[in-house]
Design a protein around this ligand. Sequence first.
Ligand code: URA
Length: 226
Amino acid sequence: MRLDKFLTECGLGTRSEVKKLIDENAIRVNGTCKVSPKTSINEKEDIVLFEGEPISYKEFRYYVLNKKSGYVTAIEDYRDKTVMDLLPDWVVRKNLVPVGRLDKDTEGLLLFTNNGKLNHQLVSPKSHVDKTYYVETENIISQNDIKKLEEGIDIGGYVTLPGKVESLESKKILLTIREGKFHQVKKMLESVDNKVTYLRRISFGKLTLDDLELGEVKEVELEEII
Ligand code: URA
């Protein structure tokens, strides 16, 4: 692989930015900084240093975004801004796609990866990854509503799997579901004659938002996800 491609895929910047680093002698390959963007390297064997620190090549990458409202979960959209527009420059975008989807007006945790197999596993109807949503509603959520949401509810031809509800206030709950049907949380609340006024996903599998600010991204490792 060419050195400039390697450095770009390691997240050190765009092709022109990494070329600048090479020109500034900030990159060493096997002890020498006499390298060019075209230098061929073996990403598994060669030792590449940036300002003295080793750079490791990762085939698969995982990023968590705290999604803002107003962005559609898509790679491209002719009308709306997409979640890809929220990814900062340091993110390696090659083959990167979101895992599942959040609605345009939903905030919170959205995972991205270039690991197609894992992505498929995580969104497969059989996978049953726990997802917890912070939900605000228009009307009061009764104990009976909570019971229905927890037992499984008909959202229009489909009965949801049992979920878990933690009541926070009369119109605020944490709802944990193990599926990801289209508009599932909104439909579940509609089925108890209510309406979601605000929705934020706060966890996905083992991942949580923690102190990630709205619009911020962090890189995570596979072991942190499932
Ligand atoms: N359920 C919804 O209704 N919307 C989302 O964005 C996610 C889950």
